[in-house]
Design a protein around this ligand. Structure first.
Ligand code: ZN
Length: 104
């Protein structure tokens, strides 16, 4: 069964199969200086711009701001969860995440 992914409420939520699953108000911990020079960077998301699936991983495009240095930028590929047996399992925003490398 295909997974229905979309953003709702001007990017405030990611909806999976018509159910609001991921809120934009979380702080995500991003590792390795991909977003800014902070390691790790604590990034408060402002909006989800897009969402799509990459294999079994749900990947969002988002805009956020680093709470420490103030860098505000877009995040091209933020993994927010995965699909297991047709069900969405969200990742814990507080766990250190690696932003996926851009597609070359
Ligand atoms: Zn920073």
């Amino acid at each position: 069964m295909p997974i229905a992914l979309r953003t709702l409420d001007d990017g405030a939520w990611i909806s999976v199969n018509d159910s609001r699953q991921v809120s934009v108000s979380d702080v995500w911990t991003l590792s390795r200086g991909v977003f800014c020079d902070c390691k790790p960077a604590y990034v408060l998301l402002e909006a989800f711009l897009d969402v799509r699936i990459n294999g079994s991983i749900v990947v969002a495009e988002a805009v956020g701001q680093c709470l420490e240095c103030g860098t505000r930028d877009s995040i091209a590929r933020l993994p927010v969860g995965k699909i297991v047996d047709g069900e969405f399992e969200p990742y814990n925003p507080e766990a250190v995440q690696s932003v996926l490398e851009p597609e070359s």
